[in-house]
Design a protein around this ligand. Structure first.
Ligand SMILES: *Cc1c(COP(=O)(O)O)cnc(C)c1O
Length: 366
């Protein structure tokens, strides 16, 4: 089967043929063959995130990334006596606020402009004004724009106040070096179909064992009870509660091995950075303007302003798609823009080909 186009999106993204091939085997969920794969994955994720296995554990959860974020918030935050601060600078931060609403969690939203990174000084000021805050959540790579938020500066502020921390590292883990031990965060959430380059189907949560062990009976959802999922996985190693996405898990195991073959997170980060630099320079040479400052730009996805008022994004999108690339519509609310992802099984030669297609589009003067 030939892949009709390359995905230049923030996930699902283009995976290698070998990752897709890994899904050709049918497994049953209770057999040792499968359970060994699950256990190995749980350990490999800790290594990937530089998390000490004595301190941290990995909980795998069926569903997309948002299921992982919801399970974490819904399990970490007790039913009463807790206040969640959420630092927001894009759609995924707002989604955490929506989750808090659904759960009736008292929350303090600190909202920044979508084209700016979360500012630790401002966060510190709001913390001083709200000493009642017990939990804190933010997004590392805000995929709305591609901004990398300064979690290294935010975590010590929380730690000094004994605040439980939740990081949505969905679109960064595996593609941007993250040192969980150093961060000393309580929860870090990611999913199978982003920078590890697996296919969609489950989320995973790296959790500090001492924190997670205090969350029994917190969850308001059976399926999204992170504590119970952890207990089940620990009691019967490698066994998920309820049916797990066996094919996806096997593809993920293959993807993790390929990440190791590539040399680990740092070489992958460099490849993504090279893609992003090539894209950003090439697009600017073609006359497109960036939405965010290069100082806070991450290597995952880049937002570009519409070049003029006549710009027809759908026409542009179709033209590019017919020539082998799928890009991503804009999500920045107040700036007409579109996004191009630079993660997945993608190299600078793919980006060069894309730039040639965009240049052709401009020559047609559509
Ligand atoms: C992809 C992503 C999610 C999860 O989205 P799903 O559609 O549920 O997989 C959450 N946060 C960020 C920052 C993301 O990039």
């Amino acid at each position: 089967m030939k892949q009709p186009y390359l995905l230049l999106t923030p996930g699902p993204l283009s995976t290698t043929p070998t990752v897709k091939e890994a899904m050709q085997i049918d497994y049953c969920t209770w057999d040792d063959d499968y359970r060994n794969i699950t256990e190995t994955i749980r350990q490999q994720i800790l290594t990937l995130a530089q998390a000490n296995p004595q301190t941290y554990t990995t909980v795998l959860l069926q569903g997309s990334g948002s299921y992982g974020v919801e399970a974490t918030i819904g399990t970490a935050v007790p039913r009463s006596g807790a206040v969640l601060m959420i630092a927001i600078n894009g759609a995924y931060g707002h989604r955490m606020s929506d989750i808090a609403e659904y759960y009736g969690i008292q929350h303090v939203d600190v909202v920044f402009d979508e084209s700016e990174a979360v500012d630790p000084l401002q966060i510190e000021a709001v913390l001083t004004a709200h000493p009642e805050v017990t939990h804190f959540a933010t997004v590392h790579s805000e995929t709305t724009t591609g901004i990398l938020n300064p979690i290294e500066q935010l975590m010590p502020l929380m730690k000094a106040r004994g605040i439980v921390t939740i990081i949505d590292a969905m679109s960064s883990l595996g593609g941007v070096p993250i040192d969980v031990d150093q961060l000393d965060c309580d929860y870090l959430v990611s999913s199978a179909n982003k920078c590890v380059q697996g296919v969609p189907g489950f989320a995973f949560i790296i959790a500090k064992q001492t924190t997670l062990s205090q969350t029994a009976n917190n969850a308001r959802s059976l399926c999204l009870d992170l504590y119970d999922q952890w207990q089940a996985m620990s009691k019967q190693p490698g066994k998920w509660r309820f049916t797990s996405p066996t094919h996806v898990v096997h593809a993920f195991a293959q993807a993790l091995n390929e990440l190791e073959t590539e040399g680990g997170v740092t070489p992958r980060y460099r490849r993504y950075q090279a893609n992003q630099t090539c894209l950003s320079n090439g697009m600017q040479a073609l006359g497109f303007e960036l939405v965010i400052d290069s100082a806070v730009q991450g290597p995952i996805i880049t937002s570009f302003k519409y070049p003029n008022e006549q710009f027809d994004f759908n026409d542009f999108y179709q033209f590019i798609k017919e020539r082998g690339f799928v890009i991503y519509p804009g999500k920045v609310s107040d700036i007409p823009s579109f996004r191009i992802g630079t993660i997945g099984d993608v190299t600078t030669s793919d980006i060069q080909r894309l730039l040639a297609v965009i240049s052709d589009y401009q020559k047609l003067n559509r």
